[in-house]
Design a protein around this ligand. Structure first.
Ligand code: PSU
Ligand code: MN
Length: 307
């Protein structure tokens, strides 16, 4: 392991992986671009704590000075959180130049999956993933996260996808690409801030052990690609669908008016939704990430036990 000359695995993470102990990967776009400072740093550190409390080792992933990092120090997390939007959002296509130039990069779901796989980490917890945007039949705006799920062998545990996306088209795309979409304790794809979306998932699974068994079967069969687990936000933190959907519609209108496109689209929409809904959406966002971290740690533990 770690023959990759661009990759640094933190000592604690390396020790866990070498001993076959559970490790959970975490992304850093959510730190630099997904939440304001200081809540972003606070959340990132709490997530690591939750993963430890549930028996796994956290590996927050980012690019620091051109090095691919699996496992960050507290200082590195603070750095990414304080710099915020100054840190380049790094998806798959950004990796070569960021590394060659020795830049910092906040890793998206796609890039976090790539680096996790390089390090030998199989389970990854986050908030929401990118997907097929509304209007993609004209704009062709489809997140590289979906392509990554099709080709990289990492299980991604999220709270579904926000309806800044076209959830129906996102599911169609994942079906075409052969990505299993699992509802954790639900038959429906959760919509991030809310537990329901009106769209069904492929399978409902109710335990971390069964999540691990399904993913193990996928790996053992040599089927390329990952698995998407959608874990609904706990009821007590979920938002009123009317409030959140109205905010999302407004944000999309404004992005169209301003001609926002490319990699700016998702961060613009997320920030706008947050502005419109005030602190409510941020509080929900934090809670659902904690919930996913807990499930990811338990699932990584089951996977490590050979369930
Ligand atoms: N969706 C969210 N929160 C996020 C993101 C998406 O609800 O923080 C971030 C993730 O890092 C995701 C990225 O991988 O945005 C997707 O960006 P794009 O749509 O440009 O691929
Ligand atoms: Mn895009």
């Amino acid at each position: 392991m770690n023959l990759n000359k661009y990759l640094d695995i933190a000592p604690e993470v390396k020790a866990a992986l070498d001993a076959g102990k559970p490790v959970v990967a975490l992304e850093s776009t959510i730190i630099s671009h997904g939440m304001p400072y200081p809540q972003n740093v606070e959340t990132a550190l709490n997530v690591e704590k939750i993963i430890r409390e549930n028996g796994a080792t956290p590996a927050t992933i980012a690019i620091i000075g051109g090095r691919l990092k699996a496992g960050l120090s507290r200082e590195e997390i603070e750095h990414l959180g304080k710099k915020g939007y100054e840190v380049t959002k790094a998806s798959r296509r950004d990796l070569p130049v960021i590394v060659a130039r020795g830049m910092d990069g906040a890793t998206t779901v796609a890039t976090t999956m790539i680096i996790a796989e390089m390090a030998g980490i199989r389970v990854f917890a986050t908030g929401g993933i990118g997907g097929v945007h509304r209007g993609a039949e004209v704009t062709m705006d489809i997140s590289a996260d979906l392509e990554e799920l099709a080709q990289t062998g990492v299980m991604v545990i999220c709270a579904g996808a926000k309806s800044i996306l076209d959830l129906g088209l996102t599911l169609e795309y994942l079906e075409t690409k052969g990505v299993p979409v699992i509802g954790y304790g639900t038959d429906e794809l959760p919509a991030f801030y809310t537990r329901k979306s009106g769209f069904g998932v492929d399978y409902r699974i109710d335990t971390p052990e069964e999540l691990a068994a399904a993913f193990r079967a996928k790996l053992d069969m040599g089927l390329r690609g990952g698995m998407l687990v959608a874990n609904p936000i706990p009821e007590e933190y979920s938002m009123d669908p009317d409030v959140i959907n109205k905010a999302i519609d407004e944000a999309i209108e404004e992005s169209k008016r301003l001609g926002i496109h490319g990699k700016q689209t998702t961060p613009f929409l997320l920030a706008k939704v947050k502005d419109i809904t005030g602190g409510d959406s941020l509080a929900s966002n934090i809670r659902l990430v904690y919930n996913n971290a807990q499930l990811a740690a338990k699932t990584a533990a089951a996977l490590a036990k050979g369930v």
